[in-house]
Design a protein around this ligand. Structure first.
Ligand SMILES: [Zn+2]
Length: 590
């Protein structure tokens, strides 16, 4: 039977050599994906590809570039009546330190087939083989036979990243008969996966499994592939694994509570995607991904926002963090939402559609032009959860299970009408219209979410106060600000500060530009303590003088301060004892 086979080996200087073998009766066309599922923007992976040589039946063939991510192989005197043996060799420059691309050095490799394996046109549904036997050991990500992995088709191949590192440490556990492994690469000073961390991840996976009651059909094994670096953050979900990046400090003995919680939250987020987006799929993905163009869909508020809501909730439901810590994480989402003016300019549906441009590439004005379907989406999910729990015996976790089990959605995928159908089925008939109106407001409009009401639905108090200095810049004190000027501070390599736009209408922007470097403030040195004193701890209407540098030229600016607005949220319990609803929310227990 025909198949497409790839082999990969490391050369040096971040280069991976790829050889592809296949058969075809004609001059074949090849393409490389322009995006990777789970990260909704163009990546144009062909940027890193250099074609080398091609052969047809052992004789040299031409490689013709048709478009940036498209090629055709051409051989002379080809007979379309017989199968010809084609071979193609190319290199990938692998220095994309991200969960989406390929990275290779003399110690370790991230091999993302989506960014490295060309697709042979009209052969997508054949079995695909990946030979990694050039690497003697330390290959993680899928089951291997003599260093070779088999995939039922091209889509399965590109959904299976590999982490190759002889020094990586790993641990295994079972959940409901499915073997799980945690692989840690680049975790300094660790010779095994720390016991408490392993236990926490086991508890989190069990809490996620409990929501859905079974694994998606295709899941036979699951790998957490963690690539630690000095300073990075991100994850990408796959059918049977996730590739993750974090700072190695998050698992070190001097990690702060917040850093460790962020690490657990990342594992929880990607694991929840195993159901929400890899199994419950957007309607547009049901027939498979189109990788040669953008595949836009308006439901990222569900696939990412709901996942962002459940990631931290899973930490509570698994009892890996306290309820107080969970409320703090939720309050951080609220503060983020209140501080981001873009939350009032874009609906969640619009943010889902513009993820491909604004979401990933919005630049420095993002916070004023678009909303985050992650954090805003998580608060919309929380609000729907509150409504469900107040008006029915069900929660949003129950809704997720219904969506997962629904035969119609399994067949055709999810869109907003399917979502509304399932949500309505959990509510008494006299509450369905009210939910539909609330849902419409949350998803389709820019109306501010009534978070006070949502907090009350969960027996909580929501209080708002001024942001702290630390929320504006890590070098400022963790105390509430009194005044503000309409900018955030960016720390430059020199240690000095530059201005970042937060409130475009603030007076200061009549005299300054984003990126202006502060040389002095009120004729004094621009230290963190002087900036704190003169800008954030002053009185409203007070005048401030700045000496600034823009593009090597110095200029002066004068402006007035305004009183700080209340954008910092705090959640606390209205009563001492946990209510039944809170127990159901926090632990999933009636
Ligand atoms: Zn996600």
């Amino acid at each position: 039977m025909s198949q497409v086979s790839y082999s990969c080996r490391y050369l040096s200087a971040h280069r991976l050599a790829i050889t592809v073998n296949f058969t075809a009766t004609h001059n074949p066309e090849l393409t490389l994906p322009i995006w990777i599922p789970g990260s909704y923007t163009r990546r144009d992976f062909s940027r890193f590809l250099t074609m080398q040589r091609a052969f047809c039946d052992g004789k040299s063939a031409e490689i013709r570039t048709i478009s940036p991510s498209n090629w055709q192989l051409l051989a002379e005197n080809i007979s379309e009546r017989e199968q010809h043996l084609w071979q193609l060799e190319y290199e990938i420059y692998a220095r994309d330190v991200s969960v989406r691309g390929c990275y290779a050095d003399n110690f370790r490799i991230i091999f993302n087939p989506c960014a490295a394996c060309v697709q042979i046109k009209n052969q997508e549904n054949l079995p695909h083989i990946l030979d990694l036997s050039a690497f003697s050991n330390g290959i993680f990500g899928a089951e291997l036979n003599d260093g070779t992995a088999r995939f039922q088709d091209y889509q399965e191949l590109i959904d299976t990243p590999f982490l190759i590192d002889r020094e990586a440490i790993s641990a295994q556990f079972q959940l409901a008969g499915v073997p799980h492994e945690i692989v840690l690469s680049g975790a300094e000073n660790l010779d095994c996966v720390p016991e408490n961390f392993l236990r926490d991840i086991e508890k989190i996976t069990a809490a996620a499994y409990k929501i859905f009651g079974k694994f998606p059909e295709k899941v036979r094994r699951y790998s957490f592939l963690m690539f630690f670096t000095a300073d990075s953050y991100g994850g990408l979900e796959h059918q049977s694994s996730t590739l993750l990046m974090e700072s190695r400090e998050s698992l070190s003995s001097h990690a702060s509570r917040e850093q460790y919680q962020q690490l657990l939250g990342l594992f929880a987020h990607e694991y929840f995607h195993l159901w929400n987006v890899k199994s419950i799929r957007p309607k547009i993905f049901r027939a498979g991904y189109r990788l040669d163009c953008e595949q836009i869909f308006p439901e990222l508020w569900f696939f990412e926002g709901f996942t962002a809501y459940f990631d931290n909730l899973l930490l509570s439901r698994s009892r890996t963090i306290s309820q107080e810590d969970y409320l703090e994480l939720l309050a951080q989402d609220i503060s983020f939402y209140l501080s981001r003016t873009g939350s009032r300019k874009q609906s969640l549906t619009e943010a889902s559609i513009t993820a491909w441009t604004k979401g990933y590439n919005g630049g420095e004005n993002s916070q004023n032009s678009n909303t985050s379907y992650y954090r805003h989406g998580a608060l919309a999910a929380w609000t729907m959860d509150g409504f469900l729990q107040k008006n029915s015996p069900y929660s949003l976790a129950d809704l997720m299970r219904r969506v997962f089990e629904d035969p119609q959605i399994q067949q055709t995928g999810l869109d907003k009408s399917e979502f509304l159908r399932i949500a309505s089925s959990l509510l008494p008939s006299d509450k369905q219209a009210e939910f539909a109106a609330l849902w419409q407001d949350l998803i389709e409009t820019t109306k501010e979410i009534n978070l006070k009401q949502t907090a009350e639905n969960f027996g909580l108090k929501l209080e708002k106060s001024a942001l702290t200095g630390k929320q504006i810049n890590s070098q400022l004190p963790n105390c509430p600000i009194q005044t503000e000027a309409g900018f955030a501070l960016q720390t430059l390599n020199s240690g000095r500060f530059a201005l970042k736009i937060t409130e475009p209408d603030a007076e200061i922007w009549a005299y300054t530009a984003a990126g202006d470097e502060i040389l002095s403030i009120n004729n004094q040195a621009p230290t963190a303590s002087n900036i704190w004193k003169f800008i954030f701890q002053s009185s409203a209407c007070e005048k401030v003088e700045l000496l600034l540098m823009r593009g090597g030229l110095i200029h002066r600016a004068e402006f007035h301060l305004t009183a700080a607005e209340n954008k910092n949220a705090k959640l606390s319990f209205a009563n001492k004892e946990l209510t039944a609803r809170q127990r159901y929310w926090f632990f999933g227990e009636k």
